[in-house]
Design a binder for this molecule. Structure first.
Ligand SMILES: Nc1ncnc2c1ncn2[C@@H]1O[C@H](COP(=O)(O)OP(=O)(O)OP(=O)(O)O)[C@@H](O)[C@H]1O
Ligand SMILES: [Mg+2]
Length: 238
């Protein structure tokens, strides 16, 4: 299968601190791929480098066969690449409905936007109930749902998710993971998932990468990774 996203030899720095060292990874069309790793391993930096929020100091990032290393972050959603960053970042002073409209800001297909709005309200009924409420007054879990729903409103080919379950109750986390699986299976959306809960991530994903201090130290199918003794000890609490 063709890679929709490919990183080759990517390095990234914050000042003199090197956060990524020669990271190579790929995500094929239709896959769910997860990156697991300890706090500070460079997972968020990897996603931000893909999106052009952090500039790669070496290496290349290719999306659908073209380098996006020098592409501005705000131009990527209309090319079908959308990130849900760590910590949600919804617009607190806009209503739920306005937040969702922002996700579709570059689209002109009004009828399709309306259909997608119906779709996200079906996936997240609570957002329909709260559609007139300001984003900032939503609970943490609701804000996370809104962040994901807003990303879906851009009708992405590929979704980058940074810790979607952070700080959420097990029940809301499960709801969010079901939706991730659902948009992958029903809409063919390709997903790169960073997740603190490696148990869940490895059950959801097709393949996985392990990142340690900015370096990819392992790459395998999620199934084999779940059975790996070192992974069990280090990341699955077994
Ligand atoms: N803005 C920044 N300035 C300086 N150093 C940074 C900055 N952001 C991240 N770092 C450093 O880069 C490294 C990688 O951080 P990153 O946020 O990518 O880790 P992470 O794997 O996402 O961790 P977590 O699981 O805690 O979210 C860390 O050592 C971190 O301290
Ligand atoms: Mg992070």
């Amino acid at each position: 299968m063709a890679a929709i996203l490919e990183l080759t030899g990517v390095c990234a720095h914050y000042g003199r601190i090197q956060a990524l060292r020669d990271v190579s990874l790929h995500v094929d069309e239709g896959e769910i791929v997860t990156i697991i790793g300890a706090n500070g391993a460079g997972k968020s930096t990897t996603l931000m480098t893909i999106c052009g929020i952090v500039m790669a100091s070496a290496g290349d990032v290719r999306y659908m066969g073209e380098s996006i290393r020098d592409t501005r972050a705000d131009l990527l959603p209309e090319r079908g690449l959308c990130q849900v960053p760590e910590g949600r970042r919804i617009f607190p002073r806009l209503t739920v409905r306005e937040n969702l409209d922002m996700g579709a800001f570059f689209r002109r297909d009004v009828d399709e936007i309306e259909a997608d709005l119906g779709m996200v309200f079906r996936l997240f009924p609570v957002l329909f109930e709260r559609r007139k409420q300001h984003g900032g007054t939503l609970s943490g879990g609701e804000q996370q749902m809104l962040a994901i729903a807003r990303a879906l409103m851009s009708r992405p080919k590929m979704l980058l998710l940074d810790e979607p379950s952070l700080g959420l109750s097990p029940m809301i986390s499960q709801h969010i993971f079901r939706i991730i699986k659902n948009v992958n299976e029903e809409r063919g959306m390709t997903i790169l998932l960073v997740e603190q809960n490696a148990n869940i991530a490895l059950r959801l994903a097709d393949r996985a990468y392990v990142l340690e201090t900015g370096t990819v130290v392992m790459e395998d199918s999620a199934e084999r990774m779940r059975e790996n003794t070192d992974i069990k000890k280090a990341y699955l609490g077994q």
